[in-house]
Design a protein around this ligand. Sequence first.
Ligand code: SF4
Length: 324
Amino acid sequence: MTSDTPILEARDLSKHFRIRAGMMRSETRTVRAVDRLNFQIAKGETLALVGESGCGKTTTTRLLLLLQDPTHGSVRFAGEDIHKLSGAGLRSYRSKVQAVFQDPWSSINPRVRIRDFVAEPLVVNEKLTAGEIDRRVHEALDAVGLGPAHARKFPHEFSGGQRQRIAIASAMVSRPELVVLDEPVSGLDVSIRSQIINLLKDMQAEYGVSFLLVAHDLATTRYLADRVAVMYLGSIVEMGATDDVFDTPNHPYTEALLSAALPSTPGVRRDEIILGGEVPSPLSPPSGCSFHPRCHRIIGDVCKTEAPALRDHQAERCVGCHLY
Ligand code: SF4
């Protein structure tokens, strides 16, 4: 169930890096890690970002989590530009926007008890008594299917699936409005993945939280996401309702990316489109449409000279391609 009110809105969001290049590192070039992204996430909605490595998904999540500042554009949360927040407004944003990563334990001191790990967002962003923190931690552990007794234990006492449940408890303990899910099930056995995915669905139904999902696994994306934004070389090339995009991809890159994914209707056969060449270097992106050197539906010179804008193509569907 989603509402139309965006909880988060990216407007022309861009992050460009100036780097030294060339034989003697004497040239300065600009890498457009993300370029003019426009998207919204509604209350209770899951938006997925999909695309190959290096397409800008990680930079986008880092911008949302305030780990980087944009070069242009803005991210608005409840109407406020998040990169201009300070004081109480900044603490409130950090409390309301949380993240679950693929392996959150790799950077955690193994001697930290589960109670302290789960409690961290409360300790950092809210002024609560120790008793209130304990109560909230116990509630959060309960919500992910682990009893309060686990609060005294250490990370090594849990399986991978249990550890991801604990990471979700920590993300949910501050009652966030948006959680960034960055490859939340990638490191898990296939048998555990569906349990974690169902847990995330249950949490969303119970608390109305919104998710921004980044996942390589297209089956996970299809199951969890209401809408999907397909990224290529720093830009969104297609965006729409997940079922529409998966069933009838419009952009040639989306067609190729999804051609290897399982169709939703068993027995339906799809021909796999093999993409030619590598993803171009963001240091020297192709002219015109950045996908043109690999495109199996290239029209002609217009593709090589003019960058297509992302336009509304159908209701709730936009595509950046000269074919539309
Ligand atoms: Fe292919 Fe041209 Fe569309 Fe780019 S604009 S995806 S090259 S058809």
